[in-house]
Design a protein around this ligand. Structure first.
Ligand code: NDP
Length: 446
Protein backbone atom coordinates (compact mmCIF):
# COMPACT_ATOMS: atom_id res chain seq x y z
CA UNK A 1 0.00 0.00 0.00
CA UNK A 2 1.35 3.44 -0.84
CA UNK A 3 0.97 6.48 1.40
CA UNK A 4 1.43 10.22 0.93
CA UNK A 5 3.95 10.21 3.78
CA UNK A 6 6.06 7.75 5.78
CA UNK A 7 5.60 9.77 8.96
CA UNK A 8 2.93 12.29 9.86
CA UNK A 9 3.48 14.21 13.07
CA UNK A 10 0.64 16.13 14.71
CA UNK A 11 1.92 18.92 16.91
CA UNK A 12 5.04 21.02 16.31
CA UNK A 13 6.19 21.31 19.91
CA UNK A 14 9.45 20.05 21.39
CA UNK A 15 8.77 16.33 20.83
CA UNK A 16 7.04 16.60 17.47
CA UNK A 17 9.55 18.89 15.82
CA UNK A 18 12.51 16.80 16.93
CA UNK A 19 10.86 13.60 15.76
CA UNK A 20 9.87 14.99 12.34
CA UNK A 21 13.33 16.46 11.77
CA UNK A 22 15.16 13.26 12.68
CA UNK A 23 12.78 11.15 10.57
CA UNK A 24 13.30 13.43 7.62
CA UNK A 25 17.08 13.42 8.06
CA UNK A 26 16.92 9.61 8.08
CA UNK A 27 15.26 9.68 4.68
CA UNK A 28 11.61 9.36 5.65
CA UNK A 29 9.04 11.45 3.84
CA UNK A 30 7.75 13.39 6.83
CA UNK A 31 5.02 15.94 7.44
CA UNK A 32 4.20 17.91 10.55
CA UNK A 33 0.93 19.70 11.22
CA UNK A 34 0.49 22.54 13.68
CA UNK A 35 -2.56 24.72 14.34
CA UNK A 36 -1.12 27.17 16.83
CA UNK A 37 2.54 28.09 17.13
CA UNK A 38 5.85 26.46 16.31
CA UNK A 39 7.83 25.27 19.31
CA UNK A 40 4.79 24.37 21.41
CA UNK A 41 4.29 25.22 25.06
CA UNK A 42 7.98 25.37 25.91
CA UNK A 43 8.84 28.07 23.39
CA UNK A 44 5.61 30.05 23.44
CA UNK A 45 3.97 29.84 26.85
CA UNK A 46 6.36 27.81 28.99
CA UNK A 47 10.05 27.32 29.68
CA UNK A 48 11.48 30.05 27.46
CA UNK A 49 9.25 33.06 28.25
CA UNK A 50 9.12 31.91 31.90
CA UNK A 51 12.91 31.97 32.16
CA UNK A 52 13.05 35.40 30.53
CA UNK A 53 10.54 36.65 33.12
CA UNK A 54 12.57 35.04 35.90
CA UNK A 55 15.66 36.93 34.71
CA UNK A 56 13.67 40.17 34.63
CA UNK A 57 12.30 39.63 38.10
CA UNK A 58 15.67 38.89 39.68
CA UNK A 59 17.05 42.37 39.07
CA UNK A 60 15.00 43.96 41.86
CA UNK A 61 16.68 41.68 44.39
CA UNK A 62 20.12 42.11 42.81
CA UNK A 63 19.69 45.88 43.09
CA UNK A 64 18.93 45.54 46.80
CA UNK A 65 21.90 43.23 47.30
CA UNK A 66 24.15 45.62 45.41
CA UNK A 67 23.62 48.19 48.13
CA UNK A 68 25.25 45.80 50.58
CA UNK A 69 28.35 45.97 48.37
CA UNK A 70 28.36 49.76 48.39
CA UNK A 71 26.29 50.62 45.35
CA UNK A 72 24.12 53.67 45.80
CA UNK A 73 20.42 52.96 46.09
CA UNK A 74 18.49 53.42 42.86
CA UNK A 75 14.79 52.87 43.09
CA UNK A 76 13.13 51.90 39.84
CA UNK A 77 10.17 49.94 38.55
CA UNK A 78 9.73 47.43 35.79
CA UNK A 79 8.07 48.59 32.58
CA UNK A 80 5.91 45.51 32.07
CA UNK A 81 4.96 46.35 28.48
CA UNK A 82 8.62 46.65 27.50
CA UNK A 83 9.42 43.30 29.07
CA UNK A 84 6.39 41.56 27.57
CA UNK A 85 6.99 43.00 24.09
CA UNK A 86 10.69 42.10 24.11
CA UNK A 87 9.73 38.61 25.19
CA UNK A 88 7.21 38.41 22.33
CA UNK A 89 9.88 39.52 19.88
CA UNK A 90 12.29 36.86 21.08
CA UNK A 91 9.60 34.18 20.85
CA UNK A 92 8.82 35.25 17.27
CA UNK A 93 12.50 34.86 16.48
CA UNK A 94 12.47 31.36 17.94
CA UNK A 95 9.30 30.49 15.99
CA UNK A 96 11.08 31.36 12.76
CA UNK A 97 14.13 29.32 13.79
CA UNK A 98 11.84 26.33 14.30
CA UNK A 99 10.32 26.92 10.88
CA UNK A 100 13.76 27.08 9.29
CA UNK A 101 14.93 23.93 11.10
CA UNK A 102 11.93 22.03 9.76
CA UNK A 103 12.38 23.43 6.27
CA UNK A 104 16.09 22.54 6.24
CA UNK A 105 15.32 19.00 7.39
CA UNK A 106 12.99 18.51 4.44
CA UNK A 107 9.88 17.87 6.53
CA UNK A 108 6.68 19.30 5.10
CA UNK A 109 5.04 21.81 7.45
CA UNK A 110 1.25 22.01 7.27
CA UNK A 111 -0.45 24.81 9.18
CA UNK A 112 -3.92 23.95 10.40
CA UNK A 113 -6.00 21.72 12.62
CA UNK A 114 -5.12 18.07 12.19
CA UNK A 115 -7.63 15.32 12.87
CA UNK A 116 -7.34 11.56 12.61
CA UNK A 117 -9.80 10.06 10.15
CA UNK A 118 -8.57 6.51 10.59
CA UNK A 119 -5.42 4.57 11.45
CA UNK A 120 -3.47 5.97 8.50
CA UNK A 121 -5.27 9.15 7.50
CA UNK A 122 -5.00 12.66 8.87
CA UNK A 123 -7.16 15.53 7.76
CA UNK A 124 -5.70 19.03 7.91
CA UNK A 125 -8.25 21.73 7.20
CA UNK A 126 -10.41 19.49 5.00
CA UNK A 127 -7.54 17.94 3.06
CA UNK A 128 -6.76 14.28 3.78
CA UNK A 129 -3.23 12.85 3.88
CA UNK A 130 -2.28 9.23 4.31
CA UNK A 131 0.77 8.11 6.23
CA UNK A 132 2.38 4.80 7.13
CA UNK A 133 3.12 6.00 10.67
CA UNK A 134 1.47 8.80 12.62
CA UNK A 135 2.83 10.49 15.72
CA UNK A 136 0.65 12.38 18.18
CA UNK A 137 2.66 15.05 19.95
CA UNK A 138 -0.06 17.52 20.80
CA UNK A 139 1.10 18.28 24.34
CA UNK A 140 -1.05 19.66 27.12
CA UNK A 141 -3.13 22.62 28.17
CA UNK A 142 -3.65 24.38 31.52
CA UNK A 143 -6.30 22.74 33.68
CA UNK A 144 -9.17 25.18 34.16
CA UNK A 145 -10.65 25.66 37.62
CA UNK A 146 -14.32 24.87 38.08
CA UNK A 147 -15.55 27.13 40.92
CA UNK A 148 -17.94 29.99 40.39
CA UNK A 149 -16.13 32.93 38.77
CA UNK A 150 -13.42 30.73 37.24
CA UNK A 151 -13.76 32.70 33.99
CA UNK A 152 -11.96 35.61 35.69
CA UNK A 153 -8.85 33.56 36.35
CA UNK A 154 -5.69 34.01 34.29
CA UNK A 155 -4.23 30.64 33.31
CA UNK A 156 -0.56 29.90 32.76
CA UNK A 157 -0.90 30.66 29.02
CA UNK A 158 -2.63 34.03 29.41
CA UNK A 159 -0.16 35.03 32.12
CA UNK A 160 2.46 35.68 29.46
CA UNK A 161 0.32 38.27 27.67
CA UNK A 162 -1.12 40.37 30.51
CA UNK A 163 -1.77 43.99 29.45
CA UNK A 164 -0.62 45.41 32.74
CA UNK A 165 1.29 44.16 35.73
CA UNK A 166 -1.14 43.74 38.64
CA UNK A 167 -0.32 45.20 42.07
CA UNK A 168 -1.70 42.23 43.94
CA UNK A 169 -1.99 38.64 42.76
CA UNK A 170 -3.28 35.42 44.21
CA UNK A 171 -1.58 32.41 42.65
CA UNK A 172 -3.47 29.14 42.93
CA UNK A 173 -1.55 25.85 42.88
CA UNK A 174 1.51 24.27 44.42
CA UNK A 175 3.48 22.79 41.53
CA UNK A 176 6.31 23.96 39.29
CA UNK A 177 4.34 26.70 37.60
CA UNK A 178 2.66 28.20 40.66
CA UNK A 179 5.95 28.47 42.53
CA UNK A 180 7.79 29.92 39.54
CA UNK A 181 5.04 32.46 38.79
CA UNK A 182 4.85 33.52 42.44
CA UNK A 183 8.59 34.25 42.37
CA UNK A 184 8.38 36.18 39.10
CA UNK A 185 5.49 38.34 40.28
CA UNK A 186 7.11 38.96 43.66
CA UNK A 187 10.37 39.99 42.01
CA UNK A 188 8.53 42.32 39.66
CA UNK A 189 7.10 44.12 42.66
CA UNK A 190 3.63 42.58 43.05
CA UNK A 191 2.06 41.65 46.34
CA UNK A 192 1.79 37.84 46.04
CA UNK A 193 -0.11 35.19 47.93
CA UNK A 194 0.11 31.54 46.92
CA UNK A 195 -2.83 29.32 47.83
CA UNK A 196 -2.34 25.57 47.78
CA UNK A 197 -4.84 22.86 48.69
CA UNK A 198 -2.36 20.51 50.40
CA UNK A 199 -0.30 20.60 53.57
CA UNK A 200 2.92 21.68 51.85
CA UNK A 201 3.48 22.57 48.19
CA UNK A 202 5.79 20.89 45.64
CA UNK A 203 4.44 17.42 46.24
CA UNK A 204 6.85 14.80 44.91
CA UNK A 205 9.99 16.76 45.79
CA UNK A 206 12.15 15.84 48.76
CA UNK A 207 10.39 16.87 51.98
CA UNK A 208 13.36 18.89 53.29
CA UNK A 209 13.55 20.78 49.99
CA UNK A 210 9.83 21.60 50.12
CA UNK A 211 10.12 22.87 53.66
CA UNK A 212 13.22 24.91 52.92
CA UNK A 213 11.68 26.52 49.83
CA UNK A 214 8.59 27.44 51.84
CA UNK A 215 10.80 29.21 54.37
CA UNK A 216 12.82 31.02 51.69
CA UNK A 217 9.75 32.22 49.79
CA UNK A 218 8.23 33.47 53.01
CA UNK A 219 11.42 35.43 53.77
CA UNK A 220 11.07 37.08 50.38
CA UNK A 221 7.61 38.29 51.21
CA UNK A 222 5.46 35.74 49.36
CA UNK A 223 2.49 34.82 51.52
CA UNK A 224 1.90 31.08 51.58
CA UNK A 225 -1.50 29.74 52.45
CA UNK A 226 -1.62 25.95 52.52
CA UNK A 227 -4.61 23.69 53.07
CA UNK A 228 -6.87 26.19 51.40
CA UNK A 229 -8.77 26.31 48.13
CA UNK A 230 -10.55 28.97 46.17
CA UNK A 231 -14.29 28.46 46.44
CA UNK A 232 -15.52 31.46 44.47
CA UNK A 233 -14.32 34.59 42.71
CA UNK A 234 -16.44 37.65 42.10
CA UNK A 235 -15.45 40.88 40.37
CA UNK A 236 -15.60 44.12 42.37
CA UNK A 237 -16.81 47.48 41.06
CA UNK A 238 -13.22 48.77 41.21
CA UNK A 239 -12.08 46.19 38.67
CA UNK A 240 -10.41 43.82 41.10
CA UNK A 241 -11.60 40.43 42.35
CA UNK A 242 -12.92 39.19 45.64
CA UNK A 243 -11.62 35.69 46.23
CA UNK A 244 -13.39 33.41 48.68
CA UNK A 245 -11.28 30.65 50.19
CA UNK A 246 -12.19 27.41 51.90
CA UNK A 247 -10.32 28.72 54.93
CA UNK A 248 -9.55 32.25 56.03
CA UNK A 249 -10.95 35.65 55.13
CA UNK A 250 -11.79 36.53 51.51
CA UNK A 251 -9.06 38.42 49.65
CA UNK A 252 -9.39 41.31 47.23
CA UNK A 253 -6.72 41.18 44.52
CA UNK A 254 -6.08 42.60 41.05
CA UNK A 255 -5.57 39.20 39.46
CA UNK A 256 -5.94 35.51 40.20
CA UNK A 257 -3.50 33.26 38.37
CA UNK A 258 -4.31 29.55 38.27
CA UNK A 259 -1.52 26.98 37.88
CA UNK A 260 -3.30 23.82 38.93
CA UNK A 261 -1.75 21.33 36.56
CA UNK A 262 -2.08 20.54 32.90
CA UNK A 263 -4.32 18.20 30.94
CA UNK A 264 -3.47 16.31 27.75
CA UNK A 265 -4.57 18.04 24.55
CA UNK A 266 -6.65 15.54 22.62
CA UNK A 267 -9.85 17.50 21.92
CA UNK A 268 -10.80 17.39 18.25
CA UNK A 269 -7.95 15.01 17.48
CA UNK A 270 -10.28 12.32 16.17
CA UNK A 271 -8.98 9.57 18.43
CA UNK A 272 -12.53 8.16 18.45
CA UNK A 273 -11.92 7.22 14.81
CA UNK A 274 -9.14 4.86 15.88
CA UNK A 275 -8.48 2.14 18.45
CA UNK A 276 -6.37 4.48 20.61
CA UNK A 277 -7.04 4.19 24.35
CA UNK A 278 -6.75 6.95 26.93
CA UNK A 279 -6.33 6.54 30.68
CA UNK A 280 -8.49 8.04 33.44
CA UNK A 281 -6.63 11.36 33.18
CA UNK A 282 -7.18 11.51 29.40
CA UNK A 283 -3.53 10.72 28.59
CA UNK A 284 -2.93 8.58 25.53
CA UNK A 285 -1.86 5.06 26.49
CA UNK A 286 1.29 3.80 24.81
CA UNK A 287 3.57 0.80 25.26
CA UNK A 288 7.36 0.88 25.74
CA UNK A 289 7.72 1.71 22.01
CA UNK A 290 5.35 4.70 22.30
CA UNK A 291 2.88 2.71 20.24
CA UNK A 292 -0.83 3.22 20.93
CA UNK A 293 -3.47 0.49 20.68
CA UNK A 294 -3.66 1.49 17.00
CA UNK A 295 -0.37 0.01 15.74
CA UNK A 296 0.31 2.69 13.10
CA UNK A 297 -0.12 5.52 15.62
CA UNK A 298 2.40 6.57 18.25
CA UNK A 299 2.41 9.29 20.91
CA UNK A 300 5.13 11.11 22.85
CA UNK A 301 5.50 14.04 25.23
CA UNK A 302 2.93 15.67 27.50
CA UNK A 303 -0.03 14.04 25.75
CA UNK A 304 1.33 10.74 27.11
CA UNK A 305 2.16 12.29 30.46
CA UNK A 306 5.04 10.10 31.58
CA UNK A 307 7.10 13.09 32.66
CA UNK A 308 5.95 16.50 31.43
CA UNK A 309 9.37 17.97 30.75
CA UNK A 310 10.72 19.37 27.48
CA UNK A 311 13.94 17.32 27.39
CA UNK A 312 11.87 14.16 27.95
CA UNK A 313 9.55 14.95 25.02
CA UNK A 314 12.55 15.72 22.80
CA UNK A 315 14.27 12.48 23.72
CA UNK A 316 11.09 10.44 23.23
CA UNK A 317 10.46 12.02 19.80
CA UNK A 318 14.05 11.44 18.71
CA UNK A 319 14.17 7.85 19.99
CA UNK A 320 10.94 7.02 18.19
CA UNK A 321 12.10 8.42 14.85
CA UNK A 322 15.42 6.56 15.10
CA UNK A 323 13.59 3.37 16.02
CA UNK A 324 11.12 3.62 13.13
CA UNK A 325 13.49 4.79 10.42
CA UNK A 326 16.88 3.34 11.31
CA UNK A 327 16.02 0.42 13.57
CA UNK A 328 17.81 1.83 16.62
CA UNK A 329 16.90 0.91 20.16
CA UNK A 330 14.01 2.85 21.60
CA UNK A 331 14.75 2.06 25.24
CA UNK A 332 14.52 5.17 27.36
CA UNK A 333 15.50 5.24 31.00
CA UNK A 334 13.20 7.48 33.02
CA UNK A 335 15.30 7.19 36.18
CA UNK A 336 17.52 10.10 37.14
CA UNK A 337 15.82 12.76 35.03
CA UNK A 338 17.22 16.02 36.37
CA UNK A 339 14.95 19.02 36.63
CA UNK A 340 14.86 22.52 38.03
CA UNK A 341 12.13 24.68 39.41
CA UNK A 342 12.96 28.29 38.64
CA UNK A 343 11.58 29.54 41.90
CA UNK A 344 13.61 32.16 43.72
CA UNK A 345 15.79 30.63 45.07
CA UNK A 346 15.68 27.85 42.50
CA UNK A 347 15.51 24.10 43.02
CA UNK A 348 17.70 21.56 41.24
CA UNK A 349 17.07 17.88 41.65
CA UNK A 350 18.12 14.52 40.26
CA UNK A 351 17.33 11.00 41.41
CA UNK A 352 15.39 9.80 44.41
CA UNK A 353 14.13 11.89 47.27
CA UNK A 354 14.72 10.49 50.75
CA UNK A 355 11.03 9.55 50.94
CA UNK A 356 11.07 7.74 47.58
CA UNK A 357 14.17 5.77 48.57
CA UNK A 358 12.61 4.72 51.88
CA UNK A 359 9.30 3.83 50.20
CA UNK A 360 11.26 1.47 47.95
CA UNK A 361 12.74 -0.15 51.03
CA UNK A 362 16.24 1.17 50.36
CA UNK A 363 18.38 1.75 53.41
CA UNK A 364 19.87 5.23 52.96
CA UNK A 365 21.97 7.82 54.71
CA UNK A 366 21.26 11.47 53.94
CA UNK A 367 23.89 14.18 54.01
CA UNK A 368 22.70 17.76 54.34
CA UNK A 369 24.17 21.22 54.26
CA UNK A 370 22.39 24.49 55.01
CA UNK A 371 24.57 27.56 54.69
CA UNK A 372 24.74 31.24 53.89
CA UNK A 373 26.44 31.68 50.52
CA UNK A 374 29.53 33.91 50.43
CA UNK A 375 27.77 36.58 48.38
CA UNK A 376 25.18 37.14 51.07
CA UNK A 377 27.71 37.65 53.85
CA UNK A 378 27.95 41.17 52.41
CA UNK A 379 24.82 41.60 50.29
CA UNK A 380 22.66 41.66 53.38
CA UNK A 381 20.23 39.14 51.91
CA UNK A 382 18.94 36.49 54.26
CA UNK A 383 18.89 33.85 51.52
CA UNK A 384 20.48 30.51 52.35
CA UNK A 385 21.44 27.44 50.33
CA UNK A 386 20.29 23.92 51.05
CA UNK A 387 21.89 20.76 49.70
CA UNK A 388 21.02 17.17 50.27
CA UNK A 389 22.53 13.89 49.12
CA UNK A 390 20.73 10.56 49.43
CA UNK A 391 23.16 7.62 49.57
CA UNK A 392 22.38 3.92 49.47
CA UNK A 393 24.08 2.27 52.44
CA UNK A 394 24.71 -1.14 50.87
CA UNK A 395 26.52 0.21 47.77
CA UNK A 396 27.51 3.77 48.61
CA UNK A 397 25.71 4.87 45.46
CA UNK A 398 24.39 8.41 45.32
CA UNK A 399 20.71 7.91 44.60
CA UNK A 400 19.61 11.52 44.78
CA UNK A 401 20.96 15.04 44.85
CA UNK A 402 18.77 17.99 45.73
CA UNK A 403 19.58 21.64 46.05
CA UNK A 404 17.90 24.97 46.69
CA UNK A 405 19.92 28.06 45.86
CA UNK A 406 21.17 30.28 43.11
CA UNK A 407 21.97 28.37 39.90
CA UNK A 408 20.68 25.09 41.35
CA UNK A 409 19.62 23.90 37.89
CA UNK A 410 23.05 24.62 36.39
CA UNK A 411 24.80 22.82 39.25
CA UNK A 412 22.52 19.77 39.24
CA UNK A 413 22.84 19.38 35.47
CA UNK A 414 26.57 18.71 35.89
CA UNK A 415 26.20 16.35 38.82
CA UNK A 416 23.36 14.51 37.05
CA UNK A 417 25.94 12.88 34.76
CA UNK A 418 27.74 11.42 37.77
CA UNK A 419 24.49 10.23 39.38
CA UNK A 420 23.41 8.68 36.09
CA UNK A 421 26.73 6.86 35.83
CA UNK A 422 26.25 5.34 39.28
CA UNK A 423 28.75 7.49 41.18
CA UNK A 424 29.23 6.61 44.84
CA UNK A 425 29.68 8.87 47.81
CA UNK A 426 33.42 8.01 47.71
CA UNK A 427 33.62 9.28 44.12
CA UNK A 428 32.19 12.56 45.34
CA UNK A 429 34.55 12.59 48.34
CA UNK A 430 37.57 11.99 46.10
CA UNK A 431 36.61 14.84 43.78
CA UNK A 432 38.20 18.17 44.58
CA UNK A 433 36.00 21.22 44.95
CA UNK A 434 36.02 24.35 42.84
CA UNK A 435 36.63 27.05 45.39
CA UNK A 436 34.85 29.22 46.39
CA UNK A 437 31.57 27.97 44.96
CA UNK A 438 28.34 26.66 46.39
CA UNK A 439 28.62 23.54 44.23
CA UNK A 440 31.76 22.39 46.05
CA UNK A 441 29.57 21.57 49.05
CA UNK A 442 28.40 18.49 47.18
CA UNK A 443 31.94 17.07 47.28
CA UNK A 444 32.58 18.03 50.90
CA UNK A 445 29.38 16.72 52.50
CA UNK A 446 30.33 14.66 55.56
P1 NDP B 1 2.06 20.33 38.64
O1 NDP B 1 1.50 19.02 38.31
O2 NDP B 1 3.50 20.47 38.91
O3 NDP B 1 1.26 20.95 39.86
C1 NDP B 1 -0.11 21.11 39.84
C2 NDP B 1 -0.52 21.74 41.14
O4 NDP B 1 -1.90 22.09 41.09
C3 NDP B 1 -0.32 20.81 42.32
O5 NDP B 1 0.10 21.57 43.40
C4 NDP B 1 -1.73 20.24 42.51
O6 NDP B 1 -1.97 19.89 43.84
C5 NDP B 1 -2.57 21.43 42.16
N1 NDP B 1 -3.90 21.08 41.67
C6 NDP B 1 -4.23 20.12 40.78
N2 NDP B 1 -5.56 20.11 40.58
C7 NDP B 1 -6.07 21.08 41.37
C8 NDP B 1 -7.38 21.56 41.59
N3 NDP B 1 -8.43 21.03 40.96
N4 NDP B 1 -7.55 22.56 42.46
C9 NDP B 1 -6.49 23.10 43.10
N5 NDP B 1 -5.22 22.71 42.92
C10 NDP B 1 -5.02 21.70 42.06
O7 NDP B 1 1.56 21.26 37.47
P2 NDP B 1 2.01 22.63 36.92
O8 NDP B 1 0.78 23.18 36.29
O9 NDP B 1 2.71 23.46 37.92
O10 NDP B 1 3.04 22.22 35.81
C11 NDP B 1 2.72 21.20 34.86
C12 NDP B 1 3.94 20.39 34.53
O11 NDP B 1 4.76 21.12 33.65
C13 NDP B 1 4.85 20.09 35.72
O12 NDP B 1 4.47 18.94 36.41
C14 NDP B 1 6.19 19.92 35.08
O13 NDP B 1 6.32 18.59 34.67
C15 NDP B 1 6.11 20.85 33.89
N6 NDP B 1 6.83 22.10 34.18
C16 NDP B 1 8.18 22.06 34.32
C17 NDP B 1 8.89 23.20 34.61
C18 NDP B 1 10.35 23.14 34.78
O14 NDP B 1 10.96 22.15 34.37
N7 NDP B 1 10.97 24.12 35.41
C19 NDP B 1 8.24 24.48 34.75
C20 NDP B 1 6.81 24.41 34.60
C21 NDP B 1 6.15 23.26 34.31
P3 NDP B 1 -1.58 18.45 44.43
O15 NDP B 1 -0.10 18.47 44.63
O16 NDP B 1 -2.32 18.41 45.71
O17 NDP B 1 -2.04 17.44 43.45
Amino acid sequence: MSFDFDYFVIGAGSGGVRSARIASQLGAKAAIAESRYLGGTCVNVGCVPKKLFVYASEFSEFAKQAQGFGWASSESNIDWQVLRDKKDKEIKRLNSIYSKLLEDSGACLLQGNARLLDANTVEVDSKAYTSKHILLATGGWPRQPEYSGAEHVVDSNAFFFLDTLPHSVLVEGGGYIAVEFAGILNGLGCDVELVYRGELFLRGFDQDIRQFVAEELTKKGIKLRFESKISEISPTEQGSYKVFLSSGEPRVVDKVVAAIGRVPLTDGLGIENTRICVDAGGFIEVDENFQTAEPSIYAVGDVVGRKALTPVAIKEGEKLARYLFSGQSIALDYANIPSAVFSQPSIGTVGLSEEEARERGIDVTCYRSNFRPLKHTISGAEERVYMKMVVENSTGRVLGLHMVGENAGEIIQGFAVAVNMGATKSHFDETLGVHPTAAEEFVTLR
